[in-house]
Ligand binder design. Structure first.
Ligand SMILES: [Zn+2]
Length: 268
């Protein structure tokens, strides 16, 4: 079965859950990771999700903010040390835009030990991708696109799986019309929702270039998607987040709404 596991579901400064990142596990067990949160907790989340790094050969990094990119250093370190121990087969591919590539190169150079660093360019390849570029791996076709963020350069992506199912990840910023060609009518749309609309004065999402559940629901409705996954949220009421966010999204969107907790598994 093809599954998406949310490794983290929170925005940058959360303490009651991990930062937003997730893994898609294909039918044959190979994994595709998107972002890695802000630190070493990525390794714990992968372990708790039952993801063996031996089955992880592809990763996408959306942008260079702390809550997405710092965990990538830990994933690189983990796989580099497995490569050096002879316990990892094949090549680990990281797909990202030019800014993230440069960040990863600088940060790994400053933080990794020589032996691990030596795996970059050998067992670990960082592929710089451009807006609209397509690539194929694990039997799926991925098209990366610029989300036209006003803060930091950010890429989302659209995937077409081997059976034609489509999924679009908008990254951690509000939908922009540039993404319409990739997001329209998809079976699965992954969108940020910083907080509920009723809490906008409290959490001030618009100041941070984020949106609320209401806007995410409206976008999903307009795009005619079938399933909407909301993530990258505040973490002040985790106990009721699923229920509260779902009911707000359902006011605007008639498809299926998912507000996953960390480590929740969604069958695709
Ligand atoms: Zn973020």
């Amino acid at each position: 079965m093809r599954e998406l596991t949310m490794l983290g579901t929170g925005s940058a400064m959360v303490t009651n859950c991990y930062n937003t990142c997730f893994v898609i596990q294909m039918e044959e067990g190979e994994c595709f990771l998107t972002d890695a949160g802000g630190g070493n907790t990525i390794l714990r989340q992968l372990e708790l999700a039952g993801v063996d790094c031996k089955r992880l050969h592809h990763m996408f990094v959306t942008h260079g903010h702390t809550d997405h990119v710092l965990g990538v250093i830990w994933v690189i370190r983990k796989i580099a040390s497995m490569l050096n121990q002879g316990t990892y087969e094949g090549v680990f591919h990281i797909y990202c835009h030019d800014v993230v590539r440069e960040m990863l190169e600088v940060m790994t150079r400053l933080t990794l030990k020589k032996k691990d660093l030596a795996q970059l360019g050998r067992g670990i390849l960082i592929h710089e991708i451009r807006d609209g570029e397509q690539m194929e791996f694990l039997g799926m076709k991925l098209t990366a696109f610029d989300t036209l963020s006003t803060k930091a350069k950010q890429f989302g992506y659209a995937i077409v799986f081997h059976d034609g199912l489509r999924l679009c990840c908008l990254g951690d910023e509000p939908y922009n019309d540039h993404a319409e060609q990739y997001a329209k009518g998809v079976e699965w749309l992954l969108s940020e929702a910083f907080c509920q609309y009723k809490d906008r004065e409290r959490f001030k999402p618009y100041e941070k270039n984020h949106s609320t559940v209401k806007e995410a629901g409206e976008v999903a409705a307009r795009l005619g998607v079938r399933n909407l996954i909301l993530y990258h949220t505040e973490d002040k009421d985790m106990e009721h987040r699923k229920e509260n966010y779902t009911s707000e999204a359902e006011k605007y969107f008639k498809g299926n709404v998912f507000v996953p907790d960390d480590l929740e598994v969604i069958a695709l």
